[in-house]
Design a protein. Structure first.
Length: 265
């Protein structure tokens, strides 16, 4: 499936490092989904800040609300995240009223980049971007976005030929692994481990890298292959001066890679 996403041979690759590139700003015009909601206590950490897995839930729920708002949920119900970028510019502290704005920052007929900016009334700010693939659940392959919805999303971007580029490519290190048990509550309707469950692991290991999260910081998570309930999931980590990298592996097969960096953009 993913070979449909890669850049063709001979394409230009001398672009700024995407791992440090700033996300697109809020556009001045076009279709922007704008919603407010109260931050719940279930998503706050021991410091009463919005946790990273809570951010993932917020952007996932905003995506569903956006589809409902556009009357596109029935025609486009199934999406798979290929990458999620989360920039914690200023932590969001509880209690808080959240404003979420969601718009398209790049699109092709079967996938798109969707930006979500989360502002809190207390001054917190989180910027996110997700690479989402529209799926046919029966064939488990990318499915074409209907023209009407494509045209609506295109009003906030000039990128109409979005291609996939892997950002995290480091091979699995030979470090000792930590077993990470999976629960039935971690499984979605595709019979895959949910997007949010990956962030539980990221949150667990990021707690040991407080020097990277004292100021603005960036999380990147790329999903390479699904993880299914019952598989034995091992986590491998590597730490450098400016980044913590985490590999999700099953029997040595890398299913996802996450990275925490000490600066956002």
């Amino acid at each position: 499936m993913m070979n449909q996403l890669v850049d063709p041979p001979g394409s230009v690759t001398n672009k700024p490092d995407p791992l440090t590139r700033a996300l697109a700003p809020v556009p001045g015009s076009g279709h922007i989904f704008d919603v407010t909601r109260r931050l719940g206590t279930v998503d706050m950490d021991e410091n009463q800040n919005l946790r990273i897995d809570g951010i993932a839930r917020q952007i996932q729920d905003a995506g569903v609300d956006h589809l409902v708002h556009c009357e596109a949920l029935e025609s486009h119900p199934h999406w798979i995240a290929r990458r999620t970028v989360i920039d914690v510019v200023r932590p969001i502290a509880w209690p808080a009223q959240l404003r979420l704005r969601r718009w398209c920052s790049g699109i092709s007929p079967r996938w798109c980049n969707m930006r979500v900016r989360i502002d809190s009334d207390g001054g917190g700010l989180v910027e996110t971007e997700g690479f989402w693939i529209h799926m046919n659940k029966e064939t488990m392959s990318p499915s074409r976005v209907e023209d009407k919805f494509f045209d609506l999303l295109s009003t906030t971007t000039e990128e109409r030929r979005l291609r996939w580029q892997q950002w995290l490519t480091a091979p699995l290190p030979e470090t000792a692994a930590t077993r990470f048990p999976l629960r039935r509550t971690d499984v979605d309707h595709f019979q895959h481990v949910t997007n949010t469950s990956y962030w539980h692991a990221v949150h667990e290991f990021a707690a040991e890298a407080g020097d990277l999260t004292r100021g603005p910081h960036r999380f990147v998570l790329e999903y390479n292959k699904p993880i299914r309930y019952g598989e034995s999931l091992d986590l491998h980590t590597s730490r450098s001066a400016d980044a913590l990298t985490l590999w999700f592996a099953v029997d040595g097969d890398v299913r996802a890679i996450a990275q925490l960096r000490g600066a956002a953009g």
